[in-house]
Unconditional design. Structure first.
Length: 232
């Protein structure tokens, strides 16, 4: 599982059969590098975890640090068992208010993807379900509202993503359910400006690669997964 926290990517993995491409560091050393701003952009830090201790709380405190936003590092935590991984993750998530969201990865017959632009970033349409609303219906509704594209064919659930954010003094952990959808290039998108969306467009893969630097790390990872699957 991977969590995007203030652009620090926290990844919880198992060591079973793992061949490390980056040599693991002690947790104390990796945490010090992040706290002191001594990482380079997109640096991968690997840590082998042998006991839970206070690691879940420390991870929560670490991801709150504003300067980490500029570091854009990835911290991969490797656990010898699912039980230890789940214990640390449960402690980490207990400090958040958990929320659910649903969104769409929409492609048309020209192999272009439906993207939105807000807060100076390119991203994908998504939003919160209404009370009692099934997630797949929420995904369709949010795509229609944010992009103006009405005719959509719902596909399967593609993946779930996790990210954290601060709102009204409370930290939130959002799980977003992403559904594959089909749309038509004949339908011109229109942005939902009341939600501070200033553009909604069909974007080719080549155009996305040019614009991806102006997107969130989570969006980049999600689109990489989409493109990789399309090649299979």
């Amino acid at each position: 599982m991977k969590i995007f926290a203030l652009q620090l990517a926290l990844q919880f993995e198992l060591t079973s059969g793992q061949v490390f491409s980056v040599l693991p560091r002690p947790w104390e050393e990796a945490a010090a590098l992040l706290r002191e701003g001594r990482t380079t952009p997109d640096q991968l830090l690997a840590v082998e975890v042998q006991e839970a201790g206070t690691l879940g709380r420390e991870l929560f405190e670490l991801q709150q640090q504003p300067h980490i936003r500029e570091q854009q590092a990835e911290l991969s935590l490797f656990f010898p068992s699912p039980a230890l991984r789940d214990q640390v993750f449960a402690e980490f998530r207990s400090h958040f208010r958990e929320v659910a969201a649903a969104g769409g990865i929409v492609v048309n017959e020209r192999d272009a993807y439906l993207m939105i632009h807000n807060q100076e970033k390119w991203s994908l349409p998504k939003g919160h379900p209404d009370p009692g609303e099934p997630l797949h219906e929420a995904a369709l509704r949010e795509v229609r509202e944010e992009t103006g594209v009405r005719t959509l064919e719902l596909g399967p659930l593609f993946t779930q993503t996790l990210h954290t954010y601060l709102r009204k003094g409370r930290w939130h952990l959002k799980t977003t359910h992403w559904y594959l959808m089909r749309g038509s290039a004949a339908e011109q998108p229109s942005p939902q400006t009341e939600e501070q969306i200033d553009a909604a467009v069909w974007m080719s893969r080549a155009a996305w690669l040019d614009e991806s630097r102006d997107s969130y790390p989570l969006t980049r990872q999600l689109m990489e997964q989409v493109f990789w699957q399309a090649l299979q």
